[in-house]
Write a protein that binds this ligand. Structure first.
Ligand SMILES: O=c1ccn([C@@H]2O[C@H](COP(=O)(O)O)[C@@H](O)[C@H]2O)c(=O)[nH]1
Length: 476
């Protein structure tokens, strides 16, 4: 098949649309090429993949076959798959959204550092999507020299990619597509004038540099040192407690009967640094529960964490924290806070925190499937923590990002040895993965311990796994 035949086939399957279309760059275009529809024409899809491959490796401009191919999500994924199968070149897949859970990586598939990747894209306008993919491939040690597209819209991508050291290969350009449509009588009159004027006016679409990929990094300081750096007094206390008791295990005691919680606390108290409660799920709650729990906490030297997840305006959270049935500020050493209401929420805690020298834990990421605490939201939570060091002792997160400073305690829920999740969206990782690979400080384990027939024996195992993972890290 030659280029003209291909263009006409694409036109036949409605991949070429005329009208008013907003492009990724924000520009309104009178012509839109929707290559997503090619998935409904497998023979054509296979031909497209082959023509793109031939363009790169038979033109003589690319240096040798690549080690891997990678399609830019999502339209180019089936094209890259076709190329990979036809030429037996392994493929890697870039996740569009970095996952904060599971074993899922930014780049899926098997590869080794230095492997050269051919990036496959359906079409380019400014080159922004290609650069995002190249950035993520580079962040895991892969190299990219060549990019192949079916269509170059001739709006600046070639020049932008060149500036970034990338060769662009295209099967056809917008000019070739339009000429074919004119010659076959499919584009004429006013529409043709509009398309020509648009192309002329948009020869160069500039691309903002893609934001850097989030980097997971380890702290090189032991808990003892971090206790000295911490600003919030409860963070200091917790770092010291972990260092002296040699445990970074927190247990979520999500039981609904006060005696059951007290029994659990008594049985596992020697193994943990923190016991986490959801006070509002206890059916027979009364004040005696708190004094009994405090006595066990002081006997076994652990802290009490009420996972209340406050999320209202400052004035309301002040009442929720200090008043009502639970009077949380009187006994909780730490509480969780969502940032959706904005940083002014912290004002509502200032008085209450002084009663107990307590600290706030901001929810920067969550363990549940589809959590919206990702990306820019996570960054904002880290910034809120950094701007309120006296009140904020740490973060609830799934990984330690570069901007998470050493004064903050990083606590991670969604941990179990033998399960990857539950039926209600919870997602689990192992203690080793969280502490060693994701570099957070404390694992929070709930059902993995309290639903076990031998909670103490199980707590000992989680404690050992989590502490050994911490000890195996490289410190200054
Ligand atoms: O992102 C989050 C934040 C909090 N949690 C809480 O942790 C425990 C986990 O219990 P499991 O039985 O180990 O699943 C629970 O209290 C949650 O409310 C979380 O899971 N994820």
């Amino acid at each position: 098949m030659n280029v003209q035949e291909l263009v006409l086939k694409l036109n036949d399957i409605d991949a070429v649309k005329l009208g008013e279309f907003k492009l990724k760059s924000g520009i309104i275009s009178p012509i839109y090429i929707d290559l997503r529809v090619t998935v409904s024409s497998p023979q054509l899809l296979a031909s497209i993949a082959e023509m793109m491959y031939q363009k790169v490796y038979c033109s003589g401009t690319a240096q040798g076959k690549p080690s891997l191919v990678c399609g830019v999500p999502y339209t180019a994924l089936p094209i890259a798959t076709g190329m990979s199968i036809a030429h037996d070149i392994p493929m890697v897949v870039r996740r569009k959204e970095a996952k904060a859970y599971g074993t899922k990586q930014l780049i899926e598939g098997r590869f080794k550092e230095g492997d050269n990747v051919l990036v496959v894209e359906d079409l380019v306008t400014s080159g922004a999507s290609v650069l995002e993919t190249v950035r993520d491939l580079n962040s895991v040690g892969l190299t990219v020299t060549d990019v192949v597209v079916l269509l170059d819209r001739q709006q600046g991508a070639r020049e932008t990619l060149e500036k970034n050291g990338l060769r662009l290969h295209s099967v056809f350009t917008m000019e070739e597509l339009i000429n074919t449509l004119i010659e076959s009588g499919k584009l004429a009159g006013k529409t043709l004038d509009l398309v020509k004027a648009f192309l002329e006016a948009n020869r160069n679409v500039t691309v903002p540099a893609p934001a850097p990929a989030p980097v997971v990094v380890a702290s090189n300081k032991r808990f003892e040192e971090r206790a000295k750096i911490a600003v919030n007094p409860m963070a200091t206390k917790l770092f010291n407690l972990m260092a002296s008791k040699k445990t970074n295990l927190a247990v979520a005691a999500d039981l609904t009967n006060k005696q059951e919680i007290l029994n659990l606390a008594e049985s596992i108290g020697s193994e943990i640094c923190v016991l986490k409660t959801h006070i509002d799920i206890i059916e027979d709650y009364d004040q005696t529960f708190i004094s009994a729990l405090e006595a066990i906490a002081s006997k076994h030297n652990f802290l009490i964490f009420e996972d209340r997840k406050f999320a209202d305006i400052g004035n309301t959270v002040k009442y929720q924290f200090e008043n009502g049935v639970y009077q949380i500020s009187k006994w909780a050493h730490m509480v969780t806070v969502h940032g959706v209401a904005g940083s002014a929420i912290i004002e509502g805690f200032k008085d209450g925190l002084k009663q107990n020298g307590s600290g706030l834990l901001l929810l920067a990421q969550m363990s549940s499937k589809g959590s919206m605490c990702v990306g820019e939201y996570t960054n904002q939570m880290i910034e809120m923590a950094n701007n309120n060091k006296e009140q904020v002792m740490g973060l609830i997160c799934q990984e330690r990002l570069q901007s998470m400073t050493d004064n903050l305690v990083l606590m991670t829920p969604g941990v179990q040895f033998n399960s990857t999740g539950d039926k209600m969206g919870q997602q689990y990782n192992t203690p080793e993965y969280i502490i060693k690979e994701k570099n957070t400080d404390i694992i929070i384990v709930g059902r993995g311990i309290y639903q076990n027939s031998q909670p103490k024996t199980e707590a000992i195992k989680y404690r050992a796994a989590s502490w050994n993972a911490y000890e195996s890290k490289n410190f200054n």
